[in-house]
Design a protein around this ligand. Structure first.
Ligand code: FAD
Ligand code: FMN
Length: 571
C-alpha cells in the first residue's frame, strides 16, 4: 500500500522533505520504532519549534532599492531576522522586480535609498517609474512598511522611500507603520524599525498556542559595520600643474597588514577628521573655549559642518534663538554664531549627527599596486556667506595628512561596477575629472590579465596642459593596445566649452558599432550635471544607431542597464 500523502498535514513543505526521505527509506521495524519514539518525544515535552507554525507559513517579500549596497545589506539582515522568526521571506532587488509582482504578495517590506537629488537608485528607476505611473496595478490586500535611507544633508531627504510609501497606500495597500526615515547612521534605527515591522506582520497566534519569544538581538543582526583598519598614506602627489585652478591628489595607501582587499570598481571609505581650526571655532562659539574633551569629541565623532532644518529647529527649541535660520549655503558654525548662546557639551553634541566617512573610488588594481590602493581625490573648497569653507575629508587629505600618516579605512565593495566577466567584451569608460579613477584600476586589471576586449576612454577636464590626470599612463596604454581609443574633452582650451558628452555625440556612429557589438558602458564621476548630460548623449547616439525615436533609445538603454551593460557610479 502506498504511504499516505504527507503534504496534507500541518507541516511546512521544507519540513516535509527530510522527513519523507527518512520515512520512505525506513524498514517496517524502523517505522514501528520511530512511531514509538515520536510519541515518547511528545510526551516528554519536546522542545517547541523556534516559531509558531502560523508564522512559519507567512510569506514575506523584502524589496530593496540600492545604489551603494546599504539597503541591500539591511534587506539581507531583515531576511535573516524574518527567517528566524518563522516567516518564509523572499528577497527581491527592485532592479529585477515589477509592480505586477506585488499583486500576489500579502506582506511587503521595502528598503529604499535616495540618490541624485531625490532620485531612486539607478537600477531601481524602471520599477519606480512603473509604480508611480497611472498604469500601476491596484495593491489592495497587501500590507506594507517602507524603510527609507538617506542623508539629511540633502534637501530631498529620503524622497524615494517617502514616495514609494505614499504610492503603495494610494494603490490600496495597507500601511503598517509610518515610513521609517534613516540618516547616514542608519544601523540602530533600521534594526528597531525591522523589529517593529516584523512584529506587526506576524500573524496572530492561534488561541492556546504557545507564545514564542525570540531574542531579536540574535534574530536581527545589525547590518554589519564594515571592517575598518589603520592604513598608512605612502604617497601623495598633486596631479594638476601649479597653474591649474583644480586641485586633484593622487594618494597611495598601503593596506599591508590590514587584512583588507578590494577589486577595481570598489570604493575605499576614509574616516573623517574635522579641521582643528573649525573645531576650535565651534568650541568657542558655544562658550566652551579651552574645553579639550569637547574638542577631542568634535574632532572625529561629530559632524560639525552639515546644517539641516531639524537641527535649526532643535537649536531654536533649546535656546529660543535663530528660529527659521535659513540653512542654504550655511553650516553649523553659522548657526552657533547667529544664536550666540552658550551650550553644554550634551546640548551641543545632542544637536549634531555622527561624522560619516567619505568614499573614494579605488584608482588601482591590487595586483598593480603592491599591497596598496591608489585614490584620486579632488580637494573641495568654496566660499559662501562670506566664509571660506572646506570639504572635511578631501581638504584634510590635501592639507593636513602627510606621507606616513595613519588613515582609518574600510572597503566598500561595489559588485555592480566591475569589469565584465568576459575578458573579450569591449568596454566604454566615461570618466571626466576624478571619475577616471576606477578606469585606471580597470586598465591595470586588463593589462595584468591580458584581456583581449577593446577599451575606449572618454576623459575630460579643464585644460590639457594642467589637468590631464594620469596622462602618460593613458598614452602608454594606448600605445600598448591595452586602451584602444582615447577621446579627450578639455573644456577651457578653446573659446567654446567642450565636454565628454560632446565627444560622445561626435563619435556617435563608431560608438554605436561598439554598443551593437555588446560593449559595456561605464560612467563615473559627477552626478549632478555630467551623468545626466552623458545619459542624454548616449540616448542620441543610440536613437541614431537604431534609426528610431527617443523612446526606443531609452528602452534600449534600460535593457542594457538590466543586462549589466550600462553601469554608473556617480556621486
Ligand atoms: C561611491 C563614491 C565614490 C567617490 N569617489 C570619489 C573619488 O574617486 N574622488 C573624489 O574626489 N571624490 C569621490 N567621491 C566623493 C567623496 O566621497 C566626497 O563626497 C568628496 O570628497 C567631498 O567630501 P569632503 O568631506 O571633502 O566634503 P564635505 O565636507 O562632505 O563637503 C561637501 C559638501 O559641501 C557642499 N559644497 C561643496 N562645494 C560647494 C560649493 N561650491 N558651494 C556650496 N556648497 C558646496 C556640498 O553640500 C557638498 O556635498 C565619491 C563618492 C562616492 C559616493
Ligand atoms: C551622490 C549622492 C546623492 C545622494 N542623494 C540623496 C538625496 O537626494 N536624498 C537623500 O536623502 N539621500 C541622498 N544620498 C544619501 C544616500 O541615500 C545614503 O548614503 C544611503 O545610505 C545610500 O544607501 P544605498 O547604499 O542602499 O544606496 C545621496 C548620496 C550620494 C552619495
Amino acid at each position: 500500500m502506498a504511504p499516505p500523502a504527507l503534504a496534507a498535514q500541518p507541516i511546512a513543505p521544507e519540513q516535509l522533505a527530510p522527513l519523507e526521505t527518512v520515512l520512505r527509506s525506513a524498514t517496517p521495524e524502523q517505522l514501528t520504532w520511530l512511531a514509538g519514539y515520536v510519541a515518547g518525544f511528545r510526551a516528554a515535552g519536546a522542545p517547541r519549534p523556534a516559531a509558531p507554525a502560523q508564522a512559519a507559513r507567512a510569506k514575506l517579500t523584502i524589496l530593496y532599492a540600492t545604489e551603494s549596497g546599504n539597503a541591500e545589506t539591511l534587506a539581507n539582515a531583515a531576511r535573516k531576522a524574518a527567517q528566524r522568526l518563522g516567516f518564509a521571506p523572499r528577497l527581491l532587488d527592485m532592479a529585477d522586480a515589477t509592480p505586477a509582482m506585488l499583486t500576489e504578495a500579502e506582506r511587503l517590506l521595502v528598503i529604499a535609498s535616495t540618490w541624485g537629488e531625490g532620485d531612486p537608485p539607478q537600477r531601481a528607476e524602471a520599477f519606480y517609474a512603473a509604480l508611480l505611473a497611472e498604469t500601476a496595478p491596484r495593491l489592495a490586500g497587501l500590507r506594507f512598511a517602507v524603510l527609507a535611507l538617506g542623508d539629511r544633508a540633502y534637501v530631498n531627504f529620503c524622497e524615494t522611500g517617502r514616495r514609494i510609501d505614499a504610492r503603495l497606500a494610494e494603490l490600496g495597500a495597507e500601511r503598517l507603520r509610518p515610513v521609517g526615515e534613516c540618516d547616514l547612521d542608519y544601523a540602530a534605527p533600521a534594526r528597531a524599525w525591522t523589529e517593529a515591522v516584523l512584529d506587526a506582520l506576524a500573524p496572530p497566534a492561534e488561541p492556546g498556542a504557545d507564545v514564542i519569544r525570540v531574542d531579536f538581538a540574535r534574530a536581527a543582526p545589525a547590518a554589519d559595520a564594515p571592517a575598518s583598519a589603520t592604513a598608512i598614506l605612502t604617497e601623495k602627489v598633486r596631479l594638476n600643474s601649479s597653474r591649474s585652478s583644480a586641485e586633484t591628489w593622487h594618494l597611495e595607501v598601503s593596506l599591508d597588514g590590514t587584512g583588507l582587499s578590494y577589486e577595481p570598481g570598489d570604493a575605499i571609505g576614509i574616516a573623517a577628521r574635522n579641521d582643528p581650526a573649525l573645531v576650535a571655532e565651534v568650541v568657542a562659539a558655544t562658550g566652551r573655549e579651552g574645553d579639550a574633551a569637547l574638542a577631542e569629541a568634535l574632532t572625529d565623532r561629530y559632524d560639525i559642518t552639515t546644517l539641516t532644518p531639524p537641527m535649526v529647529a532643535a537649536y531654536a527649541a533649546l535656546t529660543g534663538r535663530a528660529e527659521g535660520f535659513a540653512v542654504a549655503g550655511r553650516q553649523v558654525i553659522d548657526l552657533l554664531a547667529e544664536g550666540g548662546v552658550p551650550l553644554s557639551t550634551e546640548q551641543l553634541t545632542g544637536l549634531l549627527r555622527p561624522l560619516p566617512p567619505r568614499l573614494y573610488s579605488a584608482a588601482s588594481a591590487p595586483e598593480a599596486a603592491d599591497a596598496a590602493v591608489h585614490l584620486l581625490v579632488s580637494a573641495v573648497r568654496w566660499e559662501s556667506h562670506g566664509r571660506r569653507r572646506s570639504g572635511v575629508v578631501s581638504v584634510d587629505l590635501a592639507d593636513r595628512r602627510a606621507v606616513g600618516a595613519p588613515l582609518s579605512v574600510h572597503v566598500k565593495p561595489n559588485p555592480h561596477f566591475r569589469l565584465p566577466a568576459e575578458p573579450d567584451r569591449p568596454i566604454v569608460m566615461i570618466g571626466p575629472g576624478t571619475g577616471v579613477a576606477p578606469f585606471r584600476g580597470f586598465m591595470q586589471r586588463r593589462e595584468a590579465t591580458g584581456a583581449s576586449g577593446r577599451s575606449w576612454l572618454f576623459f575630460g577636464a579643464r585644460q590639457f596642459t594642467h589637468d590631464f590626470l594620469y596622462q602618460l599612463e593613458w598614452q602608454d596604454w594606448l600605445r600598448a593596445g591595452v586602451l584602444s581609443r582615447l577621446d579627450l574633452a578639455f573644456s577651457r582650451d578653446q573659446p567654446e566649452k567642450i565636454y565628454v558628452q560632446d565627444r560622445i555625440r561626435a563619435a556617435g556612429p563608431e560608438l554605436w558599432r561598439w554598443l551593437a557589438d555588446g560593449a559595456a558602458v561605464y560612467v563615473c564621476g559627477d552626478a549632478k550635471a555630467m551623468a545626466r548630460d552623458v545619459h542624454a548623449a548616449l540616448l542620441d547616439v543610440i536613437a541614431a544607431g537604431l534609426g528610431k525615436d527617443a523612446d526606443a533609445a531609452a528602452e534600449w538603454l534600460r535593457a542594457a542597464q538590466r543586462d549589466g551593460r550600462y553601469k554608473r557610479d556617480v556621486y
